[in-house]
Design a protein around this ligand. Structure first.
Ligand code: UDP
Ligand code: MG
Length: 195
């Protein structure tokens, strides 16, 4: 990574359909943070001609399981390098399990400054309906994949959020309301972190 200044990072976590992508776009517009969706980066790598990881990524996405951190972390780091300077990076949908957490801490911990974890909490039924209705053409927005994704989230991602709670780094926001009123609370969290 160029220079020796550590990059500000905010992890954005929450169940599928909690509004991570939607809120990240709003934050990015107002604060200039660069939005890096781990899922989008994996989908792009899956499509990339000549990628040796395409089939593996496809299998994980369909099953709602988690791609090995070596792949995801490298994609995130490459995107950070490619983006040039920014006040910070919104890392959306990562780290999702113990493997993600330890891999990130090892590879990226020393190069980054974790400002806080934005936890977008939302009841499962609301999230599921949002995913089934959002019509983004995703191969994993069907009832069966969603069940598996939510199970992975409950079993593997919630413990990661708890880990950061113990470090006092979590800002939790209920996202069952409409996107604009949720964003009012999101910007409070950002203003505090950057005050
Ligand atoms: N995924 C992964 N590692 C990550 C992020 C995503 O393995 O760090 C995979 C995982 O299979 C997940 C899928 O990509 O179910 C979709 O992730 P995305 O973040 O796009 O879903 P969201 O939570 O935003 O609905
Ligand atoms: Mg997303």
């Amino acid at each position: 990574m160029a220079g020796d200044a550590r990059h500000n990072v905010v992890f954005v976590l929450g169940p599928p359909g909690s509004g991570k992508g939607t809120q990240c776009i709003k934050i990015s517009t107002e604060y200039g943070y660069i939005h890096l969706s781990a899922g989008d980066l994996l989908r792009a790598e899956r499509q990339r001609e000549g990628s040796e990881f395409g089939a593996l990524i496809e299998e994980h996405i369909t099953n709602g399981t988690i791609v090995p951190v070596e792949i995801t972390c490298k994609l995130l780091e490459n995107a950070m390098i490619a983006s040039g300077g920014a006040p910070g990076f919104l890392v959306d949908g990562f780290p999702r399990n113990e493997d993600n957490l330890s891999g990130w801490d090892r590879e990226m911990g020393p190069k980054t400054n974790l400002q806080f974890v934005l936890f977008l909490a939302c009841p499962t039924e609301v999230c599921t309906q949002r995913c089934l209705n959002r019509g983004q053409g995703r191969t994993d927005d069907n009832e069966e994949s969603l069940r598996k994704r939510i199970q992975t989230y409950n079993n593997q991602t919630l413990p990661i959020i708890k880990h950061y709670e113990k470090m006092n780094l979590v800002r939790e926001i209920d996202t069952s309301a409409d996107a604009d009123s949720v964003y009012e609370q999101v910007r409070n969290a950002f203003n505090k972190a950057n005050a």
